[in-house]
Design a protein around this ligand. Structure first.
Ligand SMILES: [Zn+2]
Ligand SMILES: [Zn+2]
Length: 382
């Protein structure tokens, strides 16, 4: 059975409004898709109105945290400060995943324990307590509303949606195109039991054909329990929008997931902020942190982390192993495509962090991590 409960709040911080920015063409959607439908979303609308993150018009970050809106400066940076190589010079080694392999792992889940595959960017396929979970499933060629323009993926996905087994739950962090892929959601729908989203994001899913009963839309610190696995939507410092008119109309979040066989923290997208510490205090420790490590820049340092901050966030949430995500698939910033891996490897060494950097498609089992070494696979395609 599925039940939602709200974790007790420790403190209430005043929320202040901030401006909205749209970074690049990939965040525009001409369908203006996130407007609420008054007839069948009353419940969600009420929940949105009651959210501490909602100011009556839009969702807000905690404090006066506003992404910069200097469009001209951003454009100038893209023209003159773009570092090379921004994409791999040789194909990235991707290990294909087969349906048979997944079924076998699932059948032996009691011995295998918690395991995961990186499918790309922030897309993870995770086996926990015998069920498969997907985070931010993006399978399209481009993280964009259009398939002829916008950030193009560096590599094929290790498995097609049609070959995936049944998925217990899809966990979504926010509605940006590199995290919420409309085509993928539609194709996944029939094999997914349930979708877990921050407040408001589920409305797009409904519009795309997902049954409302299959969606839980959570506010920060709300928890859902499903067959002994608890999922808590936790704060992040970011923003949302897929169109010109829907800036911050839906919430963004990170997720804390705990099962019998293990636990993980999924950062979604976030700038560094003190809530990581609170997440660690209230919900940690975790076995693995899937931590945003990529797409950083001084222009948007409030809403994306530098690698050293990602490392700190990992320590704050109290995770044992750190898996850097949000890298290796799309070129979304000005740094080279290998910079996140190189920087986080260096920082991890200094801070004594147990870093795990599997190839796309490589099976990664929690029970083997203590002694497993990971190759710097990105160096082969630099
Ligand atoms: Zn984002
Ligand atoms: Zn992102």
């Amino acid at each position: 059975m599925l039940s939602i409960k709200k974790l007790p709040k420790k403190i209430s911080i005043p929320l202040l409004s901030f401006g909205v920015i749209s970074l690049g063409v990939f965040m525009f959607d001409l369908s203006f898709s996130s407007q609420y439908n008054k007839n069948n979303t009353t419940q969600i609308k009420e929940k949105v109105q009651q959210s501490e993150q909602f100011n009556g018009k839009k969702f807000e970050n905690i404090g006066q945290i506003a992404p910069k809106t200097e469009l001209w400066a951003t454009l100038k940076m893209y023209l003159f400060e773009k570092e090379k190589p921004s994409s791999p010079s040789a194909p990235i080694e991707v290990l294909p995943i087969t349906k048979a392999q997944l079924i076998e792992l699932q059948q032996n889940h009691q011995q295998e324990g918690l395991l995961f595959f990186r499918l790309g960017h922030s897309t993870l396929l995770i086996l926990l307590d015998g069920e498969f979970w997907l985070t931010d499933p993006v399978f399209s060629k481009r993280a964009s509303p259009f398939q002829f323009i916008g950030p193009k993926r560096f590599h094929e996905t290790p498995i097609d949606i049609k070959d995936l087994p049944n998925i217990k739950g899809v966990i979504l962090s926010h509605n940006h195109y590199d995290h919420l892929d409309k085509v993928a959601i539609k194709q996944l729908n029939n094999k997914v039991e349930h979708f877990y989203t921050p407040l408001g994001v589920g409305e797009d899913l409904v519009k795309w054909g997902v049954n409302r009963d299959k969606i839980s839309q959570l506010d920060w610190w709300e928890s859902v329990e499903v067959n002994g696995v608890s999922l808590t939507a936790t704060p992040s410092q970011h923003f949302s929008g897929r169109a010109l008119s829907d800036g911050n109309k839906t919430l963004w979040s990170s997720w804390a997931v705990k099962g019998k066989q293990g636990s993980f923290f999924f950062s979604g997208d976030s700038g560094y902020f003190d809530k990581f510490k609170e997440i660690g205090d209230r919900l940690g420790p975790f076995d693995i942190s899937f931590m945003e490590t990529g797409a950083y820049n001084r222009m948007w340092s409030e809403i994306h982390m530098y690698p050293a901050q990602s490392a700190q966030a990992h320590l704050d949430v109290k995770a044992k192993y750190m898996a850097p995500i949000h890298n290796g698939t799309f070129d979304l910033s000005l740094h080279t495509w290998t910079d996140p891996f190189e920087q986080i490897s260096e920082v991890a060494k200094q801070k004594n962090i147990h870093l795990i950097t599997p190839k796309m498609g490589e099976v990664t089992k929690l029970s083997e991590l203590e002694n497993k070494t990971f190759k710097q696979w990105w160096a082969n395609s630099k």
